[in-house]
Design a protein around this ligand. Structure first.
Ligand code: ADP
Ligand code: MG
Length: 390
């Protein structure tokens, strides 16, 4: 989170850029990291994300006349939204054009506005700055007279990314950002969207998210492939066990009784999904019970499964995970996200943190000749309105 004084200063910059006028409102939405449960979301399974303590801030003021004027201090770029012509333009503001378009489908015609975005969340680092900027904008539609439920905000944000910008993604990111609560992880069932706040009762540990710094070149094609493979595995298992709506509805016992009939590749993909799903629920129990040791163990198993069975890890992710685990005070470590680049999340005892941050970057560099960036966090606030100023 930014300091109060850093936020106040932005109100002045807003007025310098857009002029003086009516009330300016302030909103915040965090980035997120998934503690455990990857590639379970599109298989109707469980995920366990949390809000990190960094996010996107938005100062917004409704105006009389179009166009909407937008500015991102992160990019130092301006953009406009022509309310009469809500089409993608191929720039950063498409996420927001999408949110504005789908919000007005919920609330009717919306007035134009000026918006100033800033924050401390790194972009394109696997911490979901895209969901963060979508959800902060959806929440800020309140200031234009469009008060949506958090579930509607999630839908609007998800549609903006998938349908408007055209990036296929699951629903987890937007959910995590909109529903997160400080001090909790969000246990989310991606089949029916039921969710529960799980207290992070591991007070003597923090999470460290290390970005491998690798571009996610293969991510999109391989993601599509995995989805198809899961579909095929589901069909094959349904033929043996009776119809199932998703892989997560196949129990471990059922899977083990039927796996012999599957081609090896499909069996390995399904094994990851079905066992990962079980690990997520176990991890939630560990969090609640304050059992850091078992949680760490589950995170390690999850990484191995993503590496060996689902085959979405990379040399760099494996290196950072392994180096992390070798450090004193690290209880568990795993890649997080879709894979092929992105981040590793580690559970680190507070007393080992300073040493971890001192040693890991150099060891990672030696192993890969890449630079990793680290974010230390505990579960932070979800999307919210901050305050008003005139
Ligand atoms: P991630 O979600 O992992 O950060 P994405 O590539 O999905 O990475 O989304 C990043 C994109 O979202 C940026 O390239 C930019 O277009 C947009 N974006 C996110 N946050 C901001 C911001 N504060 N200002 C401008 N654009 C942003
Ligand atoms: Mg994103």
């Amino acid at each position: 989170m930014l300091e109060e004084s850093q936020i106040s200063q932005k109100f002045l910059l807003f007025e310098e850029r857009f002029g003086r006028g009516e009330v300016i409102d302030a909103y915040y939405a965090p980035g997120r990291v998934n503690l455990i449960g990857d590639h379970t979301d599109y298989n109707g399974g469980m995920v366990l994300p949390l809000a990190i303590e960094k996010g996107t801030y938005l100062l917004i003021r409704r105006t009389e006349l179009p166009p909407c004027r937008l500015y991102s201090a992160n990019l130092d770029l301006e953009a406009r939204i022509l309310t009469s012509e809500l089409e993608p333009k191929g720039d950063w503001a498409d996420y927001l054009r999408g949110v504005y378009k789908y919000s007005s489908e919920n609330c009717g015609t919306l007035p134009p506005f000026d918006a100033y975005y800033f924050g401390d969340l790194p972009l394109e680092s696997g911490l979901s700055s895209s969901a963060s900027i979508e959800v902060v904008t959806a929440r800020a539609m309140n200031s234009l007279g469009c008060a949506m439920s958090p579930a509607d905000e999630v839908k609007v944000a998800w549609r903006a990314e998938n349908e408007f910008v055209g990036i296929p993604c699951g629903i987890m990111d937007q959910y995590a950002v909109a529903f997160a609560e400080k001090g909790h992880c969000l246990l989310l069932n991606c089949e029916n969207m039921e969710h529960r706040q799980v207290p992070f009762n591991i007070r003597d540990c923090v999470l460290v998210v290390g970005n491998t710094g690798m571009p996610r070149n293969l991510a999109e094609t391989e993601y599509r492939k995995r989805r198809l493979e899961c579909g095929e595995a589901l069909e094959a298992l349904s033929a043996r066990l009776g119809p199932r709506t998703c892989l997560s509805n196949v129990s471990v016992k059922e899977f083990e009784s039927a796996r012999w009939g599957l081609p090896d590749l499909l069996a390995r993909r399904a094994e990851h999904v079905i066992y990962e799903n079980v690990r997520v629920e176990e991890a939630a129990r560990c969090l609640q019970a304050g059992d850091a040791r078992t949680l760490g163990h589950l995170m390690n198993r999850s990484h191995e499964s993503l590496r060996d069975l689902y085959e979405v890890s990379t040399h760099e992710l494996d290196a950072l995970q392994r180096i992390s685990l070798e450090q004193q005070g690290v209880l568990g470590s795993r890649m997080t996200g879709a894979g092929f680049g992105g981040c590793v999340v580690s559970l680190v005892a507070r007393e080992g943190l300073e040493r971890y941050l001192r040693r890991t970057p150099g060891l990672y560099w030696q192993a890969t000749h890449e630079e990793a960036e680290f974010t230390v966090t505990t579960p932070g606030d979800g999307a919210r309105r901050l305050r008003e100023a005139t």
